[in-house]
Design a protein around this ligand. Structure first.
Ligand SMILES: NC(=O)c1ccc[n+]([C@@H]2O[C@H](COP(=O)([O-])OP(=O)(O)OC[C@H]3O[C@@H](n4cnc5c(N)ncnc54)[C@H](OP(=O)(O)O)[C@@H]3O)[C@@H](O)[C@H]2O)c1
Length: 300
């Protein structure tokens, strides 16, 4: 099976490339090798290739920058995936497009299903939703996989920033009133091949590790796992911050730039459909985080 991976220099794309390299005939493109903002380039480069599956893990993922660069957000996150779908249709290949929990407004208090109404509250969410629609506009068996709070070894994310701060500072805080579920890139890479089949599942699929947490709970568990693994820390307890503080703090917080975009307060993705299709639920986010820390931090 020939597979093309876009976003190969990113957190998810990097993991997919690493984990599939031995098993499939893989071509990966990073941002420099293929710029999704140049649609002619996309048509030219991918149009000359033959493949069975195209995985788009590339995107304009800086949620705050999307607010100020709206046109660019729509070009990369919405128009480009539409062009990718056309290219796949021409060669009867399957497109797997990654999307986000930020297509929801966060007003619900139970996990969001694939059928739930979308209502993005940020330009990033709007542009990703438009991308989903462009991908699913044709009759072809393309799949949109929505994920949340992605972490993994290929690019630092929230969890790595928290561990680093706990190693440097005596006090760390994280938001305690925003809820979703961390998702390990390794788990995404392991589950995805079940959906490579062109005749298989099409439409939208939610995937995240099981359970739900706040950023504070997520960070606390990461520190607990580090502690257990004997990784030296200066801070062992994560204090509580409020979501409002992040939007109010104009100076930013803990090295982060101040937030511009609105974020959903609750964006837990239901994995009931995934479990029904595959016969097994994803492992819990606590197991996934513990695995990540044992594998990638204990050796550091
Ligand atoms: N991270 C999360 O928590 C999260 C949550 C929900 C959904 N998702 C979705 O999951 C997917 C993967 O995200 P990720 O966490 O792996 O993000 P990431 O690490 O930011 O990866 C995105 C990749 O896309 C590349 N890229 C940006 N602009 C591009 C362009 N114009 N042309 C080609 N490549 C471009 C980036 O390259 P440069 O860095 O070199 O620009 C980067 O390598 C995305 O669809 C994202 O929307 C992520």
């Amino acid at each position: 099976m020939k597979i093309v991976i876009l976003g190969a220099g990113g957190r998810l794309g990097g993991a997919l490339l690493r984990e599939y390299r031995e098993k499939y005939d893989i071509t990966g493109f990073n941002h420099v090798q293929l710029d999704l903002a140049s649609l002619d380039d996309v048509r030219e480069k991918l149009g000359a290739m033959n493949f069975d599956v195209l995985i788009n893990a590339a995107g304009f993922t800086n949620v705050d920058a999307c607010e100020t660069e709206r046109d660019r957000a729509f070009l990369i996150n919405a128009e480009a995936p539409g062009v990718l779908a056309q290219i796949c249709n021409e060669r009867n290949a399957k497109l797997i497009q990654f999307s986000t929990d930020y297509v929801f407004d966060g007003k619900k208090r139970a996990p969001y299903t694939e059928e739930d109404e979308t209502n993005p509250i940020s330009t990033y969410g709007e542009s990703k939703l438009a991308g989903e629609k462009n991908v699913l506009a044709s009759e072809n068996a393309h799949l949109v996989v929505r994920v949340s709070w992605v972490f993994g070894p290929d690019r630092p994310s929230f969890i790595d920033a928290m561990i680093k701060r706990a190693q440097q500072d005596e006090k760390v805080d994280a938001i305690a009133d925003k809820f979703s579920t961390p998702t390990y890139t390794h788990d995404i890479a392991r589950m995805l091949p079940q959906f490579f089949d062109r005749g298989g599942e099409r439409g939208i699929l939610h995937f995240a590790n099981a359970g739900k947490c706040s950023w504070q709970e997520y960070a606390q568990w990461a520190l607990d796992c580090c502690d257990q693994a004997g990784i030296p820390l200066r801070a062992r307890t994560v204090g509580a911050l409020k979501l409002n503080d992040m939007t109010r703090l104009r100076q930013g917080y803990g090295g982060q730039a101040p937030w511009v975009a609105r974020r959903p307060v609750y964006s837990v993705l239901s994995t009931a459909k995934y479990t029904e299709l595959t016969g097994a639920p994803p492992r819990t986010w606590r197991e996934a985080v513990a695995d990540y820390i044992t594998r990638f931090y204990s050796k550091k």
